[in-house]
Design a protein around this ligand. Sequence first.
Ligand code: NAI
Ligand code: NA
Length: 396
Amino acid sequence: MIIAPRIRGFICLTAHPEGCEQNVVNQINYVKSKGDIAGPKRVLVIGASTGFGLSSRITSAFGSEASTIGVYFEKPPAPGKTASPGWYNTAAFEKKAHEAGLYAKSINGDAFSDEIKKQTIDLIKADLGQIDLIIYSLASPKRVHPKTGVVHNSVLKPIGQVFSNKTVDFHTGIVSEISIQPANEEEIENTVAVMGGEDWAFWIDALKEADLLAPGATTVAYSYIGPSLTEAVYRKGTIGRAKDHLEATAFKIADQLKEIGGNAYVSVNKGLVTQASSAIPIIPLYISLLYKVMKAEGVHEGCIEQIQRLYSQRLFTGSDVAVDDKGRIRIDDLEMRQDIQDQVSALWIEATTETLPELGDLAGYKKDFLKLFGFDVAGIDYDKDVNEVVEIPGLV
Ligand code: NAI
Ligand code: NA
């Protein structure tokens, strides 16, 4: 079929298999161009199909020749219906990994469930024996709790007071004022239940219990801080509470892994256009201004540049992992540079519907959004008939 974007709000209902494949190939080529990384050889990525998780899987495989198992939750294709982009990304990744002689298998299902954890454990036992690195990169709006069956829904709200600020609808470019009512206690708890560290700890417990953690095993989860501009709705809002919990969990897991000589880290990454971040109010306006400034300064990075740098300059350098005063790895260093933030703050004040196309990189934002779904990718002929039914070669 001929596949065009069908956008509804924060998502695109269609995805292009060849565009997704090209995105993956571009990421693979980037990692290869940067040379070998002395990283671990048996890697489990939870949330492996898009965003930072996909880039982590690619960096492990093509930077360190690692065997990878990916866990993700994606919609398969059907005749006349496209898959979700993470499906096509994974199909492309596993095809390329297998061509390169690398082990790559995956499991599609709810990573929060006991069942998917068990399937993953069985696969590791059968194929890899143990795991050296676990990347935890889930972003989800909800979680069915495996012990209680309760469905927790996360919200993106401030805490304690109404938050009013500018936002942009990145499809129309209209800048407007929004006010977001503060979350109540239950909403805070639910958001922490979804995006906090409990499930990460459950994964590590389950792997440890099954004796699947190799000596020196390391685990890394991803967090965000961002500027004071977005603080009330992000870091000091409900999602920030979840990130506080995730960061606190890293210390607990690190303690637990000490006996096998392992460690647990949270890496604070840069704000980027992903399916998860485009749904957060205020963030798209901030990101479009940030992109403009970082591109002008020549320090812009996407997911793959971030993760390649995380691996090669933080995690696997052969010396101690550098962390901040709260024990976190910082790969958001360029985003948070004072001169960058000063410029973004100045532009923020000036940004209106009329001025944003000039002041911000709205075009870059839109392009990156479409790219998430395999559209607007250089070299792809979108008028061509393509097969929407694509199989994932290593899907278990
Ligand atoms: P994303 O939406 O691109 O990726 C989410 C991944 O989780 C996908 O592989 C998806 O299939 C998987 N997933 C979601 N629900 C699942 C479930 N129930 N079971 C199994 N897999 C499931 O998100 P992104 O942006 O890469 O986020 C990953 C992490 O990075 C999150 O913790 C996020 O907060 C963090 N982060 C994101 C930043 C951003 O600007 N996008 C900045 C810094 C950190
Ligand atoms: Na991810």
